[in-house]
Design a protein around this ligand. Structure first.
Ligand code: GDP
Length: 202
């Protein structure tokens, strides 16, 4: 049980940095490929059925979706990436916007990256991790849908991803995660608690 997250409510959708809410001290952004299980993870984390929309038309809305936890803290749902039907020019424009947000948004204090455990880290996942490292942002990597693998398979993937990131300059925590089985929720709550309440990046 973690009441802070259970109280989450939709606040606003921001198409760019300029329209992000003022007066927020801490926020953590959620990123991942379309279909990685990001909406399900946010819903499970907040113990709500339909706070984040599970993707019907993934990748269509290129907006930062803000969920308010309390007066000074938010979770931010970034658009899922890697959705082929989004035209390249739209993808590139969004990528620039996203970089600007990540670089300039003072309240941003961490990144949660959702990765389907059955797929390895995609190029764009690695780019996000490296960019976060460059900006001094810690990254929590949730290997989602862990229930789809048996225990050994899941653990082996966890070790493989940890090994893959061994030489990275990023500060990462990698965990098995399943919205279905409620696995990894406690670890993520704990990580979020720490990143929604500590000195911000310089
Ligand atoms: P998003 O596009 O990243 O927001 O992904 P969604 O949350 O919409 O999930 C994509 C698909 O994966 C849906 O069909 C979900 O039901 C399924 N899914 C999400 N999380 C889990 C999980 O923990 N276990 C299983 N087995 N399926 C999941």
């Amino acid at each position: 049980m973690n009441p802070l997250y259970h109280r989450a409510e939709f606040m606003l959708s921001a198409p760019n940095l300029q329209t992000t809410p003022e007066g927020i001290d801490y926020e953590v952004a959620f990123a991942g490929r379309s279909n990685a299980g990001k909406s399900s993870a946010i819903n499970t984390l907040c113990n709500q059925k339909s706070l984040a929309r599970t993707s019907k038309t993934p990748g269509r809305t290129q907006e930062l979706v803000y969920f308010k936890l309390d007066e000074r803290r938010c979770l931010v749902d970034l658009p899922g990436y890697g959705y082929a039907k989004v035209p390249l020019n739209v993808q590139l424009k969004w990528q620039k916007e996203l970089e600007r947000y990540m670089e300039k948004r003072k309240a941003l204090n961490g990144l949660v990256l959702l990765v389907d455990i059955r797929r390895s880290l995609a190029e764009y996942d690695l780019q996000m991790i490296n960019y976060a490292a460059h900006l001094n942002l810690d990254v929590f990597i949730a290997l989602t849908k862990a229930d789809k693998l048996n225990r050994n398979g899941a653990k082996n993937t966890l070790f493989a991803v940890q090994k893959q990131l061994k030489d990275s300059t990023a500060t990462t925590q990698v965990e098995l995660f399943s919205s279905l089985k409620k696995e990894g929720i406690e670890q993520l709550h704990h990580w979020l608690d720490a990143h929604l309440d500590e000195p911000k990046k310089a």
